[in-house]
Design a protein. Sequence first.
Length: 560
Amino acid sequence: MIAECKECHKNFELSQKDLDFFERIAPIFNGKKYPLLLKMCPDCRQQRRLSFRNERTFYKRKCDLTNKDIISFYPANSPYKVYESKAWWSDDWDPMQYGQDYDLSKPFFAQFDELLKAVPHFAMMVSDKSENSDFCPYSIAFKNSYMCVSGGYSESCHYCFWTNFSRDCVDCYGCSRCELCYECVECDNLYGSIFCKDSGNSSDLYFCNDCRGCQNCIGCFGLRNKQYHIFNQPVSKSEYEDFLKNLQSGRGELQKMELKTKDFFAPFPHVASQMVNCENCSGDYLRNSKNSDHCYHADGIEDCAYCWNIPAGAKDCQDINYSKGELLYNCMSAVDAFNCFNVIHSWNIHDVYYSFETFYSDHCFGCVGLKHKKFCILNKQYSEEEYNKLVPKIIEQMRKSQHTADGVSAEEWGDFFPSQISPFAYNETIAQDYFPLDKNATLAKGLHWVEPDLKEYQPSKIAIPDQIQTVPDSITQEILACEDCGKNYKIIPQELKFYRKLQLPIPRKCSDCRHKTREGQLNPRRLLERNCHQCKTKIQTTYADERPVYCNSCYLKLIY
């Protein structure tokens, strides 16, 4: 079945699998099923969800409850109320006091926007299970960590993204079960390694790509179960140690090595997609998954489609990000959820629809900031009978276009929240990373744009030494300036200790620019049709350039 996207007006395909899913996810009230209306293509649905997630733009402001100085996703002049994490989780306020009657003469999204601006929000989305990790947004059960975004159950990690079950790691992206690692991307079960990608079950790797079961290797590609190799050639232990000693002599040698490995890796064939223990899946960076299509960076998913960054445990879900659960649709950061759709930043929920920051709750519609509640609409309490009578009326209203004082509103039922009511400017969100727009295009869509305050940036007052051995303790008191964007950053004491332990130079870029560099090592999340370079069979891959790409079978025969 071919449909036209109401957003970009391109045609997209609705498969029978999609239609069967929407049949299962459709809510039932009083014996009547209310099918979801799907009117947008996968990319436009993705873009809307991502426009509600700010990960890296922070502001200094006051907590609206305690008046303490805090760091927040929301600037001081934001129209949204903001509480520090501990205050938000406390019993010192009641989100039900903001409850409002539903007006069937007004569009749902307009009423939800009013509630979104009334109910206090997290200054920064941090789990109540974390310890000494107040500046690790969207993380769960982190300990003694700083500025790690997403992931969970990690300790003493800094400036990492999507890091799970790891410890003592800095500047890593998409790594799990890693320890003492630096600048590693999409690695698993790695120890004492730096500047590695797509590698696992190894230790003491330096500038390696797709190496597994290896130890003491430098600048290697595609090795399996090897030891003491440099540029894919076996060397003696003493030759390896001499090479490593020179590599650790300072920043210049690391920069040279980065260029050498880039040239060395270029002619190697690449596998079409990174999948481990997967069956009948399409996408990239999938593990332990089956029967899932167009999914990226996910572990343990089954019967899913169009899902990004999924921890273990998603089943029968579609169009979700940073979420896990069952029968979820169009959700952003819905964790341990069941039978929910159009939900943002909510945990331990079931039968919750169109809600934001709702926790340990069920049977809620259009709610914000609730904890341990059920049968609520726009934060107002109803009996089960009243709830089951009113929700169908709201759905019927959302399925119709309405004439209002501001014009004609489109059908709303099934759509994710419009980006126009996101609490964040478009260029503050990760939508800008994957679906970039310039300022004019952003404003033309009726979205918000924020200009960086360049007046806050200060020039660095010190010259950073190239060798870590000559860096004084006092550097943790200095304000440094990023050599790329000019933004100021600092070196924290734990970070300095890590660099000294691994004999690494102090970074010259801010954490945001370092993150962008790591993110740039990954292909766009879009599948292309190609032929295997070896056997010519048709394959799907994210590689768009002319480098040789092999199907999984041919690649396994090739690796060294």
